[in-house]
Design a protein around this ligand. Structure first.
Ligand code: NAP
Length: 278
């Protein structure tokens, strides 16, 4: 499980451990949060192992998988959840901001999937769930790097699903909408009520809403389901009364990003120009 120290990943780690899995989870920098999760889960008599690694680095992903196989001899489930945002208009997005998002969100999925596929093939069993986003096909200005990474994850997952279906390995994606975590905190603080109003179910998502979907894909009930994307977005992307039909969004998601960035920065000025206001 990658990105297990906070937010959606933390909820998934807890659910998998509750269900009886020995869970190894990767974090990058927040050692305190990761250790606390591992301790809390261990105190409940379940098994969790926090492992520090940068998921974007192939050698680190390989080393994580090797250590797990050494300790537990097999890996039944892989959840690729680690992800970041670096929102900027394309005009001013640096190569580093592009590459960091692609490497962390998309290349990491290749890194871990490749590392686990051989042992899963030998076991003739594997459940892989990759964390996409509604941004894969419903994109906001300022998220070209993020949207590309998530659309890439969905394409990669479909391809992997057909390559390894006959080996007993399923590969699916979960695509969350607006979930309350550190990643969305700044925007939610600014416009939580407006965002809720644009979501048909009239609430923001919780990490547990996403972990429920992951648990479906890794369970026996989903053994005939592969190459699919399940949106967990409260109806956000359905249109109707929601986001896509909401004129506020066109003007205001950009505004939000401008505010989150720093209203006076050069990026904010570019954004206002692109969006045709201010
Ligand atoms: P979050 O609260 O920001 O947590 C991100 C997690 O990823 C943390 O555990 C972080 O570790 C880990 N991580 C980041 N870069 C890493 C790297 N290079 N190597 C290893 N671990 C790394 O994010 P979240 O909101 O829970 O999002 C989880 C996933 O859901 C992401 O893929 C995100 O794109 C997707 N998603 C989220 C939303 C949403 O509304 N929140 C919506 C759609 C999709 P540290 O704690 O060590 O930094």
């Amino acid at each position: 499980m990658t990105g297990g120290s906070r937010g959606i990943g933390k909820a998934i780690v807890c659910r998998l451990a509750e269900a009886g899995a020995n869970v190894a989870f990767v974090y990058q920098s927040n050692q305190e949060a990761a250790s606390k999760i591992a301790c809390d889960i261990t105190a409940l008599g379940q098994v969790a192992w926090a492992m520090k690694a940068d998921v974007s680095k192939k050698n680190e992903a390989d080393s994580v998988v090797e250590q797990i196989l050494e300790k537990w001899s097999k890996i039944d489930i892989l959840v690729n959840n680690a992800g970041i945002i670096r929102d900027k208009p394309i005009l001013t997005m640096s190569v580093e901001e592009w590459q960091q998002v692609i490497d962390t969100n998309l290349t990491s999925v290749f890194n871990f999937c490749q590392a686990v596929v051989r042992p899963m093939m030998s076991a003739r069993y594997g459940r892989i769930v990759n964390m996409s986003s509604v941004s894969a096909d419903f994109s906001n200005p300022g998220q070209a790097n993020y949207a590309a990474s998530k659309a890439g994850i969905e394409g990669f997952s479909r391809c992997m699903a057909v390559e390894y279906a006959k080996r007993g390995i399923t590969v699916n994606c979960v695509a969350p909408g607006f979930i309350e975590t550190d990643m969305t905190m700044a925007v939610v603080n600014l416009a939580g009520e407006k965002i809720k109003a644009a979501i048909p179910v009239k609430r923001l998502g919780k990490p547990e809403d996403v972990s429920n979907a992951v648990m479906f894909f890794v369970g026996e009930e989903a053994s005939y389901v592969t190459g699919q994307v399940l949106k967990v977005d409260g109806g956000l992307t359905l249109g109707g009364m929601g986001w896509t039909n909401f004129s506020w969004v066109d003007a205001n998601i950009g505004t939000l990003i401008v505010f989150v960035m720093n209203e006076n920065s050069s990026d904010a000025v570019v954004f206002r120009g692109i969006l045709g206001f201010g």
